[in-house]
Design a protein around this ligand. Sequence first.
Ligand SMILES: [Mg+2]
Length: 316
Amino acid sequence: VPKPERQLIERVRSLAEGYSRQRRTLVTGIGDDCAVLRPPAGHELLVTTDFSLEGVHFYREWHPPESVGHRCLTRGLSDIAAMGGQALACFLSLALPADLPQSWVDRFYRGLLKLADQHGVSLAGGDTAQSPGGVLADIMVIGSVPRGKAPLRGGAKPGDLIYATGVLGSGGATVRRLYAGEKVGPASVPHYFIPQPRLKVGLRLRGIASAMIDISDGLSTDLSHICEESGVGALVFSSAIPMARDATLDDVLHGGDDYELLFTSSKSVPKEIAGVAITEIGEVVERAGMWLQDERGRTKRLKAKGWEHFSHDVKV
Ligand SMILES: [Mg+2]
């Protein structure tokens, strides 16, 4: 009698094979002791891991399984995008409660694999275990970038302008609506439930961005990482920020889960890349710290308030 874990591996393997096209970078995927990858010649590898934990990053009552799978992989792909890389393969470690329906797991994988396929990424391995409580998913994504070409967080210079892709605040606004008991889902807020990692945009920003990061924890926190790593400060024009419908300035600054790109540049920057708007929102300054300036020119200090995910207790 096969063990449940073996059954799950076989199931994932057949699901993954149903999606994966022939990938030149993946020599051997699921089914051996290790995956074998062949990165493009002259490239460096990018490696990122991110947890998606039930009760921290999602609730089964709020997020359909396809959305949980999609968002799980988005977290990793968005990091690869922020390095100007292309994604090669992903690895998923998954701990599941014993009473979780198989249909939930299948739908989770479908959401994840559909996104992987859209970006030419193979699910090349992972691990499974039983969880004593709640779904725990850890995604690892491997990407590559031409040697020395990844835009890092530490490259911003005073005088560079600050830019953001897409619209911001959808994550924060949607979480507020969920807490308020509103019925929202992928059909009403696709940007939150099925966010599109900005891989194409990231690739095109290589050689343009002096520093780059993805906006996963809110503008204030992610901008503070660029400032700290670059040893600079930032002035943000609040009226210039491209805000999602329903979003407040607080959602934009301190909400999470937007998965847009934030970058600095001294070069000429296109207004749109791969169908995604690029908006100038501020400038890099020499003095350490962050400031927010409103349309009347009034300036106040901007503090990084890291997103605490679903930090407070909630009845669902
Ligand atoms: Mg990141």
